[in-house]
Every structure is written in C-alpha cells, then in structure tokens.
Design a protein around this ligand. Structure first.
Ligand SMILES: NC(=O)c1ccc[n+]([C@@H]2O[C@H](COP(=O)([O-])OP(=O)(O)OC[C@H]3O[C@@H](n4cnc5c(N)ncnc54)[C@H](OP(=O)(O)O)[C@@H]3O)[C@@H](O)[C@H]2O)c1
Length: 306
C-alpha cells in the first residue's frame, strides 16, 4: 500500500506553558526528528499555532535551520483559528477574522523558520465566521505566496460545502477518526435506525465525492485500547490476536483499521517514541480482512450492527 501519512507535532514542544524551550527539550525533539527524517524518511509534518503554546513550531523550526534542510523537500502544514484559554471558564474560543488568520500565519512561518506554509487548516469551526471573508483571506495568503494549499479541521461536511462555495479549492479536513472514534462512518451505517448516531450528515460520502483528504487525528485513541488499565478486554485480546496473525504490533493494527476505509484517509502519527513509530509504519503493509475489520469495530463498539 502506498504510504501517505503526516507526523503530528502536537507533543513536540514538551509542555503547554509559557516556560522557555530548554536545551533538554530541544535535544529530545532533535533526537526524534533525526529518526523520523533520517530513518523513517518522513517528510510531511502537521503543526498548529497553539501546540505547546507555539513551542512545537519553534522547536521544529530550530531543528530545520540547524540542519540546513531543503525547504522544498518537506510538506509543512499548520493550523490556526483557536484562541487558547481566551474564553470564560478558561475555555478556548475561535476566531476566523482576516487579521487574526494573517497574523497567525506570519507567526507560524516565523516560528517554523520556513518562509511559507505548504498548507493552512482552520482548526475548529468559528460560528461567528463569514466564509466570504475567509475566502478573501485565503486568496490574499496565496497571492503573497505565504500559503500554498488550504484546508479545514473538525468541520462538518455542510460547513465545508459552505466554505467551498466561496473558495472551491479546499484539499483536506482533519478530523478525529480511529477505531474508538468512528462517528463519520458509523452515522452512514446506522442511518434511519433508532441508534444514537443515526444522523445523516453524509460526511464520508461528501468527502469522497469531492476528493477531499481526511486527515485522521487521534488514530491510536491515545493508547487507551492497549494500556494496562484497559476497560475493553475483548478488544485488547482481539488486537493482540491480530497482531500475531499479521505479524505487526497491536498499535499497527489500529492504523491498518483506519487505512482499510476507502477514501483519501491520511493518519497523523504523533508518538514521541522511536520504537512505537517504527512499529506504526508497518501498518501500511497490512491489509486487514473484512472479517477482522468488522470484528474489531463491533468489539470496540460493544454493540451489534443493525
Ligand atoms: N485537528 C485537531 O483538532 C487535532 C487534535 C488533536 C491532535 N491533532 C493532531 O494529531 C496528532 C496525533 O494526535 P494524538 O496524539 O491524539 O494521536 P494518538 O495516536 O491517538 O495518540 C498518541 C499519544 O498516545 C500515546 N500512546 C499511543 N499508544 C500508546 C500505548 N500503547 N500506551 C501508552 N501510550 C500510548 C502516545 O505516547 P508516546 O509518545 O509515548 O508514544 C502519544 O502521546 C497530533 O500530534 C496533532 O498533530 C489534531
């Protein structure tokens, strides 16, 4: 299977606080980036302005500069639109105003020391947005050669269609998608039943018909199916059984499960451990049988399909 993935840099910055980047944090990031770029030949990276309050981008930028990497050999994507902790109760809120987006793009480019972004995604829907203003902003960023491609994240298909009306060239939507978070396929299977997921947004159909890449965040469900304190023992046992059958780690089975779903699905792998990353990359060599794919899904949902 052709390998298409992003490395997610959310955890790269060490901590989500205002503390400066320590030499130790930079050294740890350098070590994993050396491995990802050198040994794993990963060239595609996912960032956001908010990750570790900007430190993930900065650490990556420092690495990129120190190693004199060639900009055109890499795909560097970032996201903006979340204002971290800016709301009541310490909640984040969202802002798609033209000035905010342009300021954040300039900040990300400075942090990443990378001259331009290959792609910019709007991180989470802002109900106060004006899609025509966003389209104008994207046109401006493109004309200034600050951003090459545009996408969204955590958007419903209807909201994405609304934006595409003003700016047709949207290439990707980054959403949570994993064995343990499969709403985007579940809704189309339980449609018109009494199931709680029985809505009709047609997410998968819309994205596949419009050739929009689905970037899957949280692909390992943060490790919850395989930890020592696992709740769903039947699922864990199945994952272990299949890891023996397909001769890969159980984590790779979770990624293979995602890759089996038709469409342009791109998993975002975000482990800081070299050993885990090596194991995950073997997922691209696994083609789960229909029986195994469904068994995992049913066991994870702990519920029969209709
Ligand atoms: N657009 C959005 O709203 C959004 C939201 C969240 C994330 N993202 C993107 O998606 C990327 C991946 O997200 P994610 O980190 O949530 O993905 P994930 O693959 O579900 O979780 C990875 C995390 O789980 C840990 N983990 C995995 N398997 C484990 C196991 N068996 N035992 C213990 N720990 C385990 C990893 O720790 P180790 O490092 O120790 O391996 C790592 O911290 C991020 O880096 C970011 O780029 C986007």
């Amino acid at each position: 299977m052709k390998r298409k993935l992003l490395y997610g840099c959310m955890h790269l910055g060490g901590s989500w606080d205002e503390s400066p980047i320590s030499d130790e944090q930079q050294a740890m990031a350098n070590d994993i980036l050396d491995f990802l770029i050198g040994d794993c030949t990963i060239r595609d990276f996912d960032h956001a302005d908010i990750y570790c309050k900007g430190k993930s981008e900065k650490i990556f930028g420092n690495y990129f500069k120190q190693n004199g990497l060639k900009r055109e050999d890499y795909f560097i994507q970032s996201k903006c639109g979340i204002q971290l902790g800016a709301g009541a109760l310490g909640s984040s809120h969202f802002c798609f105003d033209k000035k905010h987006i342009i300021d954040q793009v300039n900040q990300s480019i400075e942090n990443l020391q990378c001259k331009y972004l290959d792609a910019l995604l709007l991180h989470r829907p802002d109900p106060l947005w004006h899609p025509e203003e966003v389209a104008e902003t994207f046109e401006y960023l493109k004309s200034q050669k600050l951003v090459h491609k545009f996408g969204v994240s955590n958007f419903s298909s209807s909201k994405l269609a609304y934006l595409k009306h003003y700016f047709p060239d949207i290439f990707a939507n980054q959403v949570q998608f994993s064995l343990g978070h499969s709403h985007i396929i579940h809704e189309e299977v339980v449609f018109n039943t009494n199931h709680e997921m029985a809505t009709d947004t047609g997410f998968m159909t819309y994205h596949n018909l419009n050739n929009i890449e689905i970037q899957a965040w949280g692909p390992l469900d943060q490790g919850k199916h395989l930890s020592d304190k696992v709740v769903n023992v039947a699922l864990k046992n199945k994952l272990i059984e299949l890891s023996k059958k397909y001769e890969v780690a159980a984590e790779a089975i979770l990624i293979a499960w995602i890759l089996k779903v038709p469409g342009q699905i791109v998993p975002i792998l975000g482990s800081l451990q070299k050993d885990r990353m090596s194991k995950l990359l073997l997922a691209f060599e696994v083609d789960l049988s229909r029986q195994d794919w469904y068994d995992l899904w049913i066991l994870c949902n702990e519920q029969k399909l209709p």
